[in-house]
Design a protein. Structure first.
Length: 70
């Protein structure tokens, strides 16, 4: 179990938060996703390690961008 923290650019409302949460939650091993709308900070709890590529793809699927890589 590990926690990964990333910063996502472009989220403006609860809908954005939901979209990011949904995409990241769908990744293998992810047990929890916590999104702070104001700071753009996303904390991901995962049972298996996630690659930067996986995260980038998930965030892009949701329509946003990672500012600082994990
Ligand atoms: Cu939104």
């Amino acid at each position: 179990m590990s926690d990964i923290e990333i910063t996502v650019i472009g989220m403006t409302c609860q809908h954005c938060v939901n979209a990011v949460t949904e995409e990241v939650s769908a990744l293998d091993g992810v047990s929890a996703v916590e999104v702070d709308l104001d700071s753009g900070r996303v904390v991901i709890s995962s049972h298996s390690p996630l690659t930067e590529m996986q995260l980038q793809t998930a965030i892009a699927e949701a329509g946003y961008e990672i500012q600082s890589p994990a």
